[in-house]
Ligand binder design. Structure first.
Ligand SMILES: [Zn+2]
Length: 484
């Protein structure tokens, strides 16, 4: 027997699309309107209604996020805390009812944060808030003192002539735009990834950047950086946004600005990391794997609540909803808590390498790694007739405020290596409007997690993995050739 979905789900849609987010985004307004219409029309199969009611009434994901952030805290890749988090995940996966729970180990290049201070010496002496970027080289323990060379944007540095920055500390500013899909991150992130290389090529001593973030708090944002081959590694740190503003005002007075910078991180050689893997074995097609997960490591400043305790909690919570609902999927649902994502997707590459012989058995893959706000759209790489099944899944979660969105998807950062080897990907796109206020800062903590938003995520994920496990199509089929 089929029933109409309840009015409480409709009100959840209205709540989810209220306020500032809608003013920020026409596309989200359109989604909200579509959702209200469909909420009056949609009928759900009984097991899907059971899944969604269980998820929306429960705290399956929320409790897991609370557990990892409270009992472990910061989980830097390669650290003893990341190792504790693996043990935590093994126990949690077993408690949920997963089989074959194991750690798949690998090693990572270790990097440990040291002292970090920045101070304007002249013309207006004062302290600034700074943090070293992951992988940064160090200054001497006593710091360096040098005049600032100011570049309003990364492109200004990239277009600067060779040489000319000898004896200087480069400051790269440049604002990041807020967007619900995080579109501002890629452009803003260039200075984090390449700023040290470009400054070093021109002879600079060190670099400070305006944090890659969208907040106006005094929390600097860390994140991984790389040196290109054949450049001298120079130290690089990120100033908080208000401190970058302050430095720009002082530079605007037109005098030479002298900065004292002390960053003493260390590279410490190979350290242990690992992925935690567990399966809810399929009843009819156990060899066909639907892989979901999040990443277990975090940066070492906050407790990794939105990045990515949320992703681990949401995906583990979704499987727990199926188990608690007494549903047994036909295909195997595999949960992976990836290690060492933050320092270059190292767990993702290790997984793809270790499972290279049976990646063809991976019929669909997806990661939750964009915070803890509501899902607003489905994207997929699945083509042809199998795409109709994905659209059926979307129709079953449309009343939760979730539309179908065209366009490509990676499936999530840790899915990139799998996708590159042909594994089909799906992504439940989350509202990331405020994600980069917290991302990679001291302020990424559990109090930022909204219980109702996590429950909406878990309801959507549980519906997706259930319907994908039951689907009578092969998501791996090649796209249909149009024409000829
Ligand atoms: Zn992440």
């Amino acid at each position: 027997m089929r029933k109409f979905i309840s009015v409480s789900l409709l009100s959840l849609v209205l709540v989810s699309c209220s306020g500032e987010q809608m003013q920020n985004s026409n596309s989200m307004e359109k989604i909200a309107n579509q959702s209200v219409k469909s909420a009056k029309q949609v009928q759900l199969a009984p097991e899907i209604e059971l899944i969604q009611n269980t998820a929306l009434a429960g705290t399956h994901g929320y409790d897991i996020i609370e557990s990892v952030t409270t009992e472990i805290g910061q989980r830097l890749a390669g650290s003893p805390e990341e190792a504790k988090a693996r043990d935590w995940a093994v126990k949690k996966f077993k408690d949920i009812g997963l089989s074959n729970v194991r750690i798949e180990p690998f090693t990572v290049p270790g990097w440990i944060r040291g002292e970090e201070h920045a101070e304007i010496i002249a013309p207006f002496p004062q302290k600034l808030e700074i943090t070293a970027l992951g992988g940064s080289a160090a200054t001497p323990d006593s710091g360096i003192e040098a005049p600032i060379a100011y570049f309003p944007t990364y492109e200004d540095l990239e277009n600067a002539p060779d040489g000319g920055l000898e004896g200087k500390i480069v400051f790269i500013s440049g604002h990041m735009e807020k967007a619900h899909d995080g579109a501002g991150y890629g452009p803003a992130n260039k200075k984090r990834q390449l700023g040290a290389t470009e400054a070093s090529k021109r002879g600079a001593l060190a670099v400070v950047i305006r944090s890659v973030g969208t907040d106006s708090h005094r929390f600097p944002h860390t994140g991984q950086m790389r040196y290109r081959d054949n450049v001298k590694p120079i130290p690089i740190g990120a100033l908080s946004a208000p401190d970058a503003d302050q430095l720009e005002r002082i530079l605007g007075r037109g005098e030479t600005v002298t900065l004292k910078l002390t960053l003493t991180p260390k590279s410490v050689g190979d350290l242990p990391s690992g992925n935690v893997v567990g399966d809810l074995i399929g009843t009819e097609k156990p060899d066909e794997i639907i892989l979901i997960g999040g990443h277990l490591d975090s940066w070492d400043l906050g407790t990794g609540a939105v990045d990515d305790g949320a992703g681990v909690g949401i995906t583990a919570g979704a499987i727990k909803v199926l188990v608690d609902s007494g549903l047994k999927p036909k295909r195997t649902i595999r949960l992976v808590a990836f290690g060492a994502e933050e320092i270059g997707l190292l767990g993702a590459f290790a997984y793809a390498e270790k499972h290279s012989d049976n990646l063809n058995n991976h019929v669909l893959a997806s990661e939750s790694d964009f915070g803890a706000e509501r899902v607003y759209a489905v994207r997929t790489t699945v083509q042809g007739a199998a795409r109709d099944k994905i659209m059926e899944i979307q129709k079953s979660i449309e009343h939760l405020g979730i539309a179908m969105e065209d366009g490509d998807t990676s499936g999530g950062p840790d899915i990139i290596p799998l996708r590159a080897k042909g594994v089909p990907a799906i992504r439940l796109q989350q509202d990331g409007t405020d994600y980069f206020d917290l991302h990679h800062t001291h302020d990424d903590t559990f109090d930022k997690i909204d219980q109702d938003a996590v429950a909406q995520n878990v309801a959507a994920w549980a519906t997706m993995i259930w319907m994908a496990s039951e689907a009578d199509v092969d998501f791996r089929q090649e796209p249909e050739i149009i024409g000829e």
